[in-house]
Design a binder for this molecule. Structure first.
Ligand SMILES: [Zn+2]
Ligand SMILES: [Zn+2]
Length: 351
């Protein structure tokens, strides 16, 4: 290939460029389960066209469809929509707009081709993913949630539900969607006749999960149309009471969008009420955890004293420390998982 279809600038440079921009950006997400014959070819085409429109974001393509979180310059918005709708696979795909939008959600464009747009771990050939549950809008969801014997299930990971969730929802302790599906099915076994109400961030996980629940014998499966993002817009527009409390975790630079003023989580270091996710400032650690502003100052944005020591070193020395330490995929996953449930208070006590 003559042209290199990825960016080569450093993160800090890209962020500086983003903040120097003179126009506004719109944060938008969309997904669709649709057959894509040549995802790699489409990926390269989209990368070129979206780069020309100065669009940023994180996009997954696969034979089964598209899942995109993007930031698009306002002046190019119409051209962007026209471009997407001109492709038969994406014609009229519904857009979901961010609730709290600083326009600083992404600073580059990454398009990745994967086996599935959401890794679900399902390899059962008898499973029909098109047999999804029934959609509920915000008003209906609020009504159904009140019905006696209704099961409400959060189909997101534990670090997402930790800062925001529907009242009385079952929030599984999983790190990934793949682990979560069997965990939730196991937990709800024997209640196949009850109403199951499920929700996720933007709706994509529930498309799969609701069909899988039906496949596993659940008879009355409902899912929140457009997820928490759409719900938040609808309750605002229609003046409804939010039964979702706290923050909606999002996978971009903003980390979360506030839905209600309730703070339902606590700082992983001191236990104060806090729902602010940060990444450990030691780049080699980068642990995602909840840290209050006091602890951020005290710990210099790090998760442990070890990370503080490393983060205080000159950048060159930090790089040297990392050299030759390339982890295998399995090791990375193990570390990642153990870190996702950090008992940081205990770690700090033992230092
Ligand atoms: Zn704290
Ligand atoms: Zn750390």
């Amino acid at each position: 290939m003559a042209k290199e279809l990825r960016n080569r600038k450093h993160k800090s440079e890209l962020i500086a460029l983003l903040h120097a921009e003179k126009f506004k950006r719109r944060t938008v997400s969309f997904y669709r389960y649709v057959k894509i014959a040549e995802p790699q070819k489409l990926r390269d085409e989209l990368y070129e066209k979206w780069t020309a429109l100065n669009a940023f974001g994180r996009v997954y393509l696969s034979y089964e469809g598209v899942n995109a979180q993007m930031s698009v310059p306002e002046p190019n918005w119409e051209a962007f929509v026209k471009l997407i709708y001109s492709s038969p696979a994406f014609k009229d795909v519904p857009f979901k707009f961010a609730i709290e939008d600083s326009g600083k959600s992404f600073y580059n464009l990454i398009i990745i081709v994967r086996d599935k747009i959401v890794a679900d771990g399902i390899d059962d050939p008898t499973f029909d993913p098109s047999n999804t549950g029934a959609y509920l809008n915000a008003k209906e969801f609020n009504e159904y949630i009140e019905k006696p014997g209704t099961l409400v299930v959060d189909m997101r990971n534990h670090y997402e539900s930790e800062v925001g969730r529907f009242e009385n929802a079952f929030c599984p302790d999983s790190d990934t969607f793949k682990e979560e599906l069997p965990e939730v099915i196991e937990h709800l076994k024997g209640q196949e006749d009850k109403n199951v109400l499920m929700y996720c961030t933007g709706g994509i996980r529930c498309e799969k999960a609701s069909a899988y629940f039906k496949h596993k014998g659940f008879k009355n499966v409902f899912h929140l149309q457009g997820g928490i993002i759409q719900y938040a817009h609808e309750i605002k527009e229609q003046g409804l009471k939010s039964k979702f409390i706290g923050k909606n975790f999002v996978f971009d630079e903003r980390v979360g969008e506030r839905i209600t003023d309730d703070i339902i989580a606590e700082c992983h270091q001191c236990g104060a009420a806090c729902d602010r996710h940060v990444n450990c400032r030691n780049d080699d650690c980068h642990l995602l955890f909840i840290q209050c502003e006091d602890c951020e100052k005290k710990m210099n944005g790090c998760c442990t004293p070890q990370c503080m020591e490393i983060a205080a070193l000159p950048v060159e020395e930090q790089r040297k420390l990392r050299k030759g330490k390339k982890k295998t995929e399995k090791e990375t996953l193990a570390v990642y998982k153990s870190r996702l449930r950090p008992n940081l208070k205990d770690i700090l006590k033992n230092k």
